[in-house]
Design a binder for this molecule. Sequence first.
Ligand SMILES: [Zn+2]
Ligand SMILES: [Zn+2]
Length: 343
Amino acid sequence: MVFDRVGAPLRAAELPKPEPGPGQLLLKVRACGVCRTDLHELDGEVEIENPPRILGHQIVASVEGERHLEGEGPRSPKEGLDAGTAGERGDAAAGPRVGVPWLGWTCGECRFCRAGRENLCERALFTGRDVDGGMAQWTVADARFCLPIPEGCPDEQAAPLLCAGLIGWRALRMCGDARRLGLYGFGAAAHIIAQVARWQGREVYAVTRPGDTGTQSFARELGAVWAGGSEDPLPNELDAAIVFAPDGALVPTALRAMAPGGTVVCGGIHMSDIPAFPYELLWHERTLRSVANLTRADGEEFLKLAPEVPVKTQVTTYPLEQANEALADLRAGRFTGAAVLVP
Ligand SMILES: [Zn+2]
Ligand SMILES: [Zn+2]
């Protein structure tokens, strides 16, 4: 499914099977999660510099080939890789499973890379933006940036862990030891992070669009102590909040809910303008910050932790060729949890 230009739907096309370059794996896509960032790309809010491009950055795939960094040429996928994580489909011939996240490549040399902050790398390449992603039957990815998929986790349920889960985890870490945690926008990321936060012993307060009672009861089922619309008063002050929804007006709303010293973390890659607000909302050592991208360390940490919770994702699956329907349903809020494409 190919992105051609802003404002156009993805186009179904038959393309040649990609060839892995040096250091890359040839991957057969088993599932690919749909993310709000994909909508931002379609709308031009996140720019794709060199279309056509295949979107999708929450890829669960089996390794079907590999090419060494030295360029020795393709070799068997079984050598040097743990074949014990082959997926659930009983496909004995399939190679080991890996996950491909948003962070596709970093330079390793810039001041951010050298300081363990490769999420901020000045020359980073992102999956499904700068390099082709997983809304396809086949893809390639730099082996060093692929992540292990938790054993026994079905492909479709693992896919949303790779962005919604990872970015959500990074955002949750920025909340420190906050006990009362607000989640503004209860989509794919929040439904995962609510489970982790509950497991950590925090109280979760879920804030949805006004009147979205379906999502509010979904949040309560996942252990939220309170769920309501963004116009409803909260029963308590919050110690931290993560704003996942791309609506800038939620930032002063969340700040207004903060106890002194509280932190508001913006978890999205794009947001509408934040309206002006009185300094009083930030006063008393409240913090407002964003999270950007992920590091490989975040990925390894979270994918180890997810089965311990255990995180159970709620997914709606679509055949790959219905990617446009999945994106439209995400935009309209027609499902709870996450959408996943299956080739
Ligand atoms: Zn994403
Ligand atoms: Zn760098």
